[in-house]
Design a protein around this ligand. Structure first.
Ligand code: MN
Length: 398
């Protein structure tokens, strides 16, 4: 049938004869879509102009035939999204890590999967996440934020991990994360399997005398002392909450459940009095209540909160590229909502772990990781919390 031939109208789809088509009863000015469309004009484009000038200067003017004179011959900066040498979101690569403190936040890769007990491949996580991150623009319409205009993001590259030695790798990661944190830049760590969670938190905890809480999204509890006779990706919180300023009572674990939570981990969580919120609890309480409980316990007498996002907390159908998949987790929009709710109150660091690109399909898992990070950054900016962690750094401002 040609698209120009009119189908006979179905009885159920008849137009109402009420006149609503001319006098809508709904005031669309209350829609986020409408409000944010207007808000957009208040966001500056100064950094975008500077970026275009820089790209033109470095990439040389484009060919005669190209009408848009801002397009250079060599691709530099954000565009085109499929071209270029990737850092995270094509943020500036800080090769000299002594310069990292000039930025509000720094991406750090922790390419390590020596702590996995099933599928490996998370050592390729940072590469996978950076590659697909090129898809994104720095502007988010719904929350009304342009990261390029409203914060300074850099990519500090990867930590030199030691594939055959988990303890030396932990030391390297704590050094690196501690360096970035002490500089004032917010550390955003791309895992790596979840064993790195101990080392990342230790890196931050060493640089402050203040008390740190942890909000941990996962299907797994990750709090047993050892697994297969070593500290593995099932053990980070046992060791992190042994640190003097990271009490277990400030550890909130959300999304835990299913058939992959070992009894020794449950015993530790019980003895240490962590707060565990299962997927069933999430269903029953709703997202807002879960966020409220999580923030209350994580922040109780604490000075900052660290955010640990295991990608496997999302239902396995959405994140095939992960080390130990477990069905029944969060829907993507649920986890994004909760991550935003945590970020609104400020964080002292964030890690995204267990992305394993060799098991991924169409980069969907890496894209989920990217989205989690940009949503958290955008929320920090929107709520004035970017840089709010700096006051806990030992010696800051002296
Ligand atoms: Mn997990």
């Amino acid at each position: 049938m040609s698209m120009f031939v009119k189908k006979p109208r179905q009885p159920g789809f008849a137009r109402p004869a009420t006149g609503h088509r001319h006098h809508p009863s709904f005031d669309r000015s209350g829609l986020q879509g409408w409000k944010m469309a207007h808000h957009e004009k208040d966001i500056p484009d100064v950094a975008w102009q500077a970026e275009q000038e820089r790209c033109l200067r470095l990439g040389l003017p484009g060919a005669e035939s190209i009408e848009d004179k801002s397009i250079p011959t060599f691709a530099r900066g954000e565009l085109p999204h499929f071209a270029g040498i990737n850092t995270f979101m094509k943020a500036p690569y800080v090769e000299d890590v002594r310069d990292v403190g000039k930025y509000d936040a720094a991406i750090i890769g922790a390419p390590f999967d020596g702590g996995t007990t099933y599928r490996p491949g998370a050592r390729f996580g940072p590469q996978g996440i950076r590659r697909i991150s090129a898809l994104y623009t720095p502007y988010n319409y719904e929350i009304g934020v342009d990261l390029r205009e409203q914060m300074k993001l850099c990519d500090a590259g990867d930590i030199f991990t030691i594939p055959a030695n988990i303890e030396k790798t932990f030391d390297q990661i704590s050094n690196a994360v501690g360096h970035v944190f002490a500089s004032g830049a917010l550390p955003i760590i791309l895992g790596g399997d979840h064993s790195i969670g101990f080392a990342t938190v230790r890196g931050i905890a060493r640089q402050t005398d203040k008390r740190i809480g942890i909000i941990h999204f996962d299907r797994h509890a990750d709090i047993q002392e050892k697994d297969l006779d070593e500290r593995m990706h099932t053990t980070p919180w046992f060791h992190a909450t042994n640190l003097p300023n990271v009490p277990a009572t400030n550890l909130v674990q959300i999304g835990i459940g299913g058939w992959q939570v070992p009894r020794e981990a449950v015993k530790e969580a019980r003895n240490r009095e962590t707060t565990i919120i299962t997927m069933h609890d999430v269903e029953r309480l709703g997202l807002d209540k879960v966020a409220e409980i999580a923030l209350e316990y994580a922040w109780k007498d604490a000075d900052a909160v660290y955010l640990s996002f295991d990608i496997d907390s999302v239902d396995a159908g959405f994140v095939p590229g992960t080390g130990w998949p477990e069905p029944g987790g969060f829907l993507p929009r649920e986890i994004l909502y909760l991550l935003g709710a945590v970020a609104k109150e400020g964080i002292c660091g964030m890690e995204v772990v267990e992305v394993s690109p060799p098991y991924d399909i169409s980069d969907i898992t890496s894209l989920m990781a990217t989205r989690a990070i940009v949503d958290v950054l955008g929320t920090l900016v929107a709520h004035g919390k970017m840089g709010a962690h700096r006051h806990i750094i030992r010696g800051w401002g002296e």
